[in-house]
Design a protein around this ligand. Structure first.
Ligand SMILES: [Ca+2]
Ligand SMILES: [Ca+2]
Length: 436
């Protein structure tokens, strides 16, 4: 009886926290974060990605800050999926990531795709429109990538006209791959290379070479470690809007995305070409809904959190409303960055912007810290609430908690003793998780 009263009181307390404004700060985060944080809290690999635009691409931005904080808390399970396209692997003092991984040495006969703008035909075969291409003349085309991790997964495209490729690890040939198909649409190819490295500080060199008269398309390297912790996949493309991303809706890209074994996909995509006229962007909502429905169909069981942009231009407000509607209709997670500031001027005065749109390193710190704070709190609560790890929050979790608690030692709040505050920690987590 006593417990029931406490639960009801907690429910009322939490209801009081609901926001007065039209757009909430966030919604359904607990449910969305349960798979990721169950894995992280249980000492396993938590794999997650962000499908975004330039705000989720650049080195100074929020995404690397979220990645850094999760790695700091839970460990580094590898640097994840990173395209070979125009990325110089910078990691100086003002850049947050992605460490120095995937620095490229481009040999003769190598071309890489743009990291911004409309997807080109080679880019249709990748989730972010980015690619590398090796052509056999005038020399055997080659390109090297410096990678971290004990496992490097080479993502390439199999297509009609694709040629043979030799893959070298630190100079030694480890595989020859046939990237050709006799007919049909391009397919996803995936080669797993064990690097022999056991830490996350040693770089290995992967070299891709044409081994015949035909070109080879290599798109990205996915870096994995066998350590527990966070593994972040960058799936963003500069300037790409909801309509432009629809070029990535292919069977091959669905396969690539599934192979990343994500526990969470974050979607944060602006309006751009094909979404209508600025500032109305009348096609944005339906285009984004189409894309999100495709992600949901391709990634069954993978939660999605939709995030609005910071208010760098007036059109972001209508987008924030559209994103909220899409998230609610599909019971997805939602985070609202739009209402944090009054607009460009306020953020600029705080030093959070780098030009008109993008985040400065300070802005990256702020927004990364803010998003991490939200997901860390909700994710940890979700992992506590789902005591029996069946992916649901219900009374069986309460039962499980009290079974373990009454057996004597259950220091949930990690203060060294088992007492009523551990009960409270559980109840707050459970109430917050079930309240969504
Ligand atoms: Ca449960
Ligand atoms: Ca305790």
């Amino acid at each position: 009886m006593m417990l029931r009263i406490v639960f009801i009181a907690l429910g009322l307390f939490l209801a009081e926290q609901a926001h007065g404004q039209d757009r909430p700060w966030s919604e359904r985060l607990h449910k969305s974060l349960l798979p990721l944080f169950s894995h992280l809290e249980d000492g396993e690999v938590g794999s997650w990605g962000i499908a975004g635009d330039s705000v989720s691409l650049l080195s100074a931005s929020y995404n690397w800050q979220v990645r850094n904080r999760l790695v700091e808390s839970y460990g580094n399970a590898g640097e994840g999926y990173l395209a070979l396209a125009r990325f110089d692997g910078r990691c100086n003092e003002t850049d947050n990531g992605p460490r120095c991984g995937l620095d490229m040495i481009r040999g003769p006969g190598s071309t890489v795709g743009e990291d911004t703008g409309i997807f080109d035909p080679l880019g249709y075969a990748t989730p972010d429109g980015m690619w590398g291409l090796l052509t056999p003349t005038p020399f055997p085309g080659n390109l090297s990538a410096l990678v971290y991790g004990n496992e490097a997964i080479v993502h390439y495209t199999r297509r009609v006209g694709g040629g043979l490729m030799t893959v070298r690890l630190n100079g030694v040939a480890v595989a020859t791959v046939d990237t050709g198909l006799t007919s049909g649409e391009p397919q996803a190819g995936r080669l797993v290379v064990e690097t022999g490295v056991t830490d996350q500080a040693t770089l290995s060199t992967l070299k891709f070479e044409t081994a015949g008269p035909s070109p080879v398309q290599v798109n990205a390297v996915e870096m994995r470690s066998d350590l527990a912790g966070s593994r972040y996949h960058r799936l963003a493309r500069g300037g790409a809007g909801a309509f432009m991303f629809q070029d990535s809706m292919t069977a091959a890209n669905g396969e690539v995305l599934r192979s990343l074994e994500m526990d969470l996909l974050i979607v944060m995509i602006d309006a751009s070409f094909g979404d209508g006229e600025d500032p109305v962007y009348e096609l944005y909502e339906s285009n984004l809904a189409t894309l999100v429905d495709w992600y949901m169909a391709q990634l069954p069981g993978v939660p999605i959190i939709m995030i609005t942009h910071h208010p760098f231009r007036p059109a972001i407000e209508a987008q924030a409303d559209a994103i909220l509607r899409i998230a609610r209709q599909r019971e997805l997670g939602f985070i609202n960055l739009y209402d944090l500031f009054s607009g460009h001027e306020e953020m600029d005065n705080l030093g959070y912007l780098n030009g008109r749109v993008h985040l400065s390193p300070l802005g990256g710190q702020f927004f990364g810290g803010y998003i991490h704070g939200l997901i860390d709190e909700a994710g940890k609560q979700a992992a506590i609430a789902d005591q029996n790890r069946d992916g649901r929050f219900d009374f069986f979790d309460v039962q499980q908690f009290f079974n373990i608690f009454s057996a004597g030692d259950y220091d949930l709040n990690e203060d060294g003793i088992t007492d009523f505050f551990d009960v409270l920690t559980f109840m707050v987590a459970w109430s917050s998780s079930t309240a969504e």
